[in-house]
Design a protein around this ligand. Structure first.
Ligand code: C5P
Length: 230
């Protein structure tokens, strides 16, 4: 498989800037893209995001914004000013349209979260949605493209269906990947990195397989080789 770029985004799911910094230093040049989610954001905030950017790293800020349009628009504008590369918002129409307005004039790419992968049909029924998960995912991918959202974050098991709806240009990011034989942890719906890329993913979010390896940099390099060899 021809690799356009390093597709790995490492999830910094740790509770302090010190721990995140240590991981980034250990990973060195093997990883250039990091995901900062709610936990690290609540602990170390934009100050740590700026530190990562200052080190020349790309940042995926996984905030899954969901609020009234004016609030979403203004918050997205702030994230765009700081210089993060990717930002998540929920895939509901008004939220996505407000987010697109908020990033105007910047190079920020907005990713829509369609349906949380922890949701099943019963969770949707509880919300009053009379449909299945994949139906709602597909509807929301279409709405995201109509709203001019740049990409989608989704389970690798949905990657092929989503890629066929959104076409070749939109960005597809998949968490929930594990190399063959690696511990899945609490992830239930997983695919291998190579399979996710074959099914149309552009980037893979990888957490514990890399961050909890005895040698994280060696593990990241090994995954890249595994992808190249497949
Ligand atoms: O450690 P692991 O590789 O399972 O971490 C995956 C990362 O991707 C975590 O930051 C998790 O929050 C995120 N994620 C996920 N599944 C989703 C959406 C996000 O695992 N559907």
């Amino acid at each position: 498989m021809l690799m356009k770029r390093n597709p790995i985004i490492v999830a910094l799911d740790v509770d302090s800037a010190a721990e995140a910094r240590a991981l980034v230093e250990q990973l060195g040049g093997s990883v250039n893209f990091y995901k900062v989610g709610m936990e690290l954001y609540a602990s170390a905030g934009m100050e740590f995001v700026r530190e990562l950017l200052g080190m020349g790293k790309d940042v995926f800020l996984d905030m899954k914004f969901y609020d009234i349009p004016e609030t979403v628009k203004r918050a997205v504008a702030q994230a765009a000013r700081v210089g993060v590369s990717f930002l998540t918002v929920h895939g509901s129409g008004a939220v996505m349209r407000a987010a697109v307005e908020g990033k105007a004039g910047s190079s920020l790419k907005l990713l829509a979260v369609t349906v949380l992968t922890s949701f099943d049909r019963q969770d949707l029924a509880d919300l009053g949605y009379p449909c299945g998960v994949s139906e709602l995912v597909e509807l929301r991918v279409r709405k995201a493209m109509e709203a001019k959202i740049d990409g989608i974050v989704a389970s690798p098991l949905e990657a092929a269906a989503i890629r066929s709806i959104m076409g070749p240009d939109a960005i597809l990011v998949t968490p929930g990947v594990r190399s063959p034989g690696k511990a899945a942890g609490d992830q239930k719906r997983i695919a291998t990195p190579a399979q996710a890329l074959r099914d149309g993913a552009d980037y893979l979010v990888m957490g514990r397989q890399i961050t909890r390896a005895a040698d994280p940099a060696a593990e990241a390099a090994r995954v890249i080789e595994e992808i190249a060899a497949s």
